[in-house]
Design a protein around this ligand. Sequence first.
Ligand code: BGC
Length: 447
Amino acid sequence: MAADRQSAGIEYDLSRRSFVAASAAVSLVTTGAVAASPKPLFPKSFLWGAATAGHQVEGNNVASDIWLLEQVKPTLFKEPSGDACDSLHRWSEDLDLIRSMGLNCYRFSVEWSRIEPAEGQVSTAELDHYKRVIAGCHDRGLTPVVTYNHFTSPRWFAAKGGWENADAPDLFARYCERVTREFGSGIGFAVTFNEPNLRVGGNWSPNPMPAELPGMVAAMLGAAARACGSDRFSLLNVGNYTVSQPNVLKGHRLARAAIKSECPALPVGLSLALADDQAVGHSRLLDQKRREMYQAFLDAAKEDDFIGVQTYSRSLIGPHGALPPPRGAELTQVGDEFYPSALEGSVAYAHKATGRPVLITENGIAAQDDRQRVRFIPAALDSVKKAVVRGVPILGYIHWSLLDNFEWMSGYGPKFGLVAVDRTTFKRSPKPSARVYAEAVAQLSAG
Ligand code: BGC
């Protein structure tokens, strides 16, 4: 393995990035200097959580854009989301599970298409549902971290051109304002967008995009547009990014202002898909990737209260582009490199680029065999600890995901959950990794 790394030119980079920079931190930990410190590394206010997203767990999110894409022919979705985990009805069980792990935070998303299923028509009953979830969090001592847009939007919005439509920022801000007016006072942290930078990420994937993919996407979107009686159908991270990105950025700014107008003290940010990017050799492309994939959003985040970071692995950037995982590297169920120590580099970068404190809004692993997650979690938390020791201000760590859920186009195949969900009865069964996470959190928060 070490030889493989060396031959791929990675050894240099690892020693520069992780080993040398973190060596001071590691020695502090091993000499016990940290234990003697009067300030705990993880104060009581540090958020320890688990995350879900509405469309992936609630079930029957029938007025949303992605629900429609799952139904049309042709579709790129392996299977429809259907009942998902039925969290719409079983949310209190979910909160109990989080509480039973000794966590103090739940990240979930509100579904715009439930709240505004037709343009301008707001559902009081659905708003009440989310109010109950928020109240349920507080009853159990959980801080709600609420995402206002986790990929899905109403299908009427997509049929108007989605984020390519110049009205999109105002429509989104109007929804954010309403949500915040209804229950913003119960929210601990507001995340406007989940990974609005994912589209550009595709350009930096080591796997070449199949030549037929754009045609397949266009056929699926065309079918959805026709189903809506429209000539267009576009959604976040799909469509013409040059047109949509400025609208998303404006949407974020307007949403932040709308949220603050209702709840001035509520911390607002967005979350980015952000790998631990490592140059192999002296790759100038690393800077290019960062410019293309993160810069506009990191600049926007300078005005925010925090930056949400979502890291699953590292990304190796060679002189000609992204590289696959090193030969012989352990892989996750979805083919990423098993690399739990990615957080130290990603959070340090996000903080340096924005000057904002970091909230780790997602980190986790797709693992069919839970034993891999059991090994992942302590190593990932160790990486968080190293970043804290290095002085990166971190507000919390939220594991993706609480439940095995609907993994978008891949359907129910990839298993990201700490808790398994029976696809027929929806019975929740915590995996050994849930206990491992709970024990690690108990230990770290005890100082
Ligand atoms: C998304 C989640 C997704 C997870 C695992 C993140 O990109 O926010 O919705 O399930 O990664 O792929």
